[in-house]
Design a protein around this ligand. Structure first.
Ligand SMILES: O=C(O)COP(=O)(O)O
Ligand SMILES: [Mg+2]
Length: 224
């Protein structure tokens, strides 16, 4: 449906880690470089995967708890400093993501990112991958007063992108994405190629098994 001055264009809101980009190797590498983990066995990506999705504080805390340690605020500061300079060492978009974003943009759909990753790191990563220009807004984990699964994070991201709640779809790989969307009364699509478990997608309005299928699912949910 073409947009008009009376109806904002459809808005696709994407989660970042595990949905648009495969960042697991970089997140794992940064955790392993934390001064507080010196002398501890290196974490494997398979161990880190289920730790991702609740923001930096939870990620660092889980990485320390895994070895019977307790994270301190300094560990989070260290993580942010190391990660800020290493967001795109090995992180790349999942296969098909750039083409899918281009296809959605050509359709006249607006795009945004709603991630629990801190805003600065999310912006740096998207710039490094040449994807920043696709997005009308980036709602980071520290951009607003709440973050996923709180619906306010999604609602504020939609507002920042000048979208409308009734014309938006949330796409994510984690329970947090689906829960935030449900609480905001926004339809959701579970990205099954990400870091979440299949059970996390059970409450989604659609499950996409391939990146290329996202536009079709979104069009159906938007009635576009
Ligand atoms: O930083 C995280 O916990 C993951 O961020 P995400 O919301 O983009 O999956
Ligand atoms: Mg995610």
């Amino acid at each position: 449906m073409p947009s008009s001055p009376f109806s904002p264009p459809p808005l696709l809101v994407f989660d970042l880690d595990g949905t648009l980009v495969d960042s697991l190797d970089d997140l794992t590498a940064v955790l392993n470089r934390l001064p507080a983990r010196a002398g501890l066995p290196a974490l494997d990506a398979d161990i880190v995967r289920p730790m991702v999705g609740d923001g930096v504080g939870a990620l660092v805390a889980r990485a320390m708890t895994h070895d019977g340690r307790v994270a301190t605020p300094t560990d989070v500061t260290d993580y942010l400093a190391i990660y800020g300079a290493a967001t795109a060492v090995r992180t790349r978009p999942f296969e098909g993501i750039p083409d899918m974003l281009e296809a959605c943009a050509r359709r006249g759909w607006r795009l945004a990112v709603c991630t629990n990753k801190p805003h600065a790191a999310a912006r740096t990563l998207l710039e490094s991958l040449g994807l920043r220009a696709y997005f009308a807004a980036i709602g980071g984990g520290d951009s607003f007063t709440s973050r996923k699964p709180a619906p306010g994070h999604l609602v504020a991201t939609i507002a920042a992108a000048e979208g409308a709640l009734g014309r938006a779809v949330m796409i994510g790989d984690h329970h947090n994405d689906i829960a935030a969307a449900a609480a905001a009364h926004v339809p959701s699509i579970f990205a099954s190629w990400g870091y979440g478990t299949a059970a996390m997608g059970a409450a989604a309005d659609a499950v996409a098994t391939r990146v290329a299928d996202l536009p079709e699912h979104a069009a159906r949910l938007l009635g576009a």
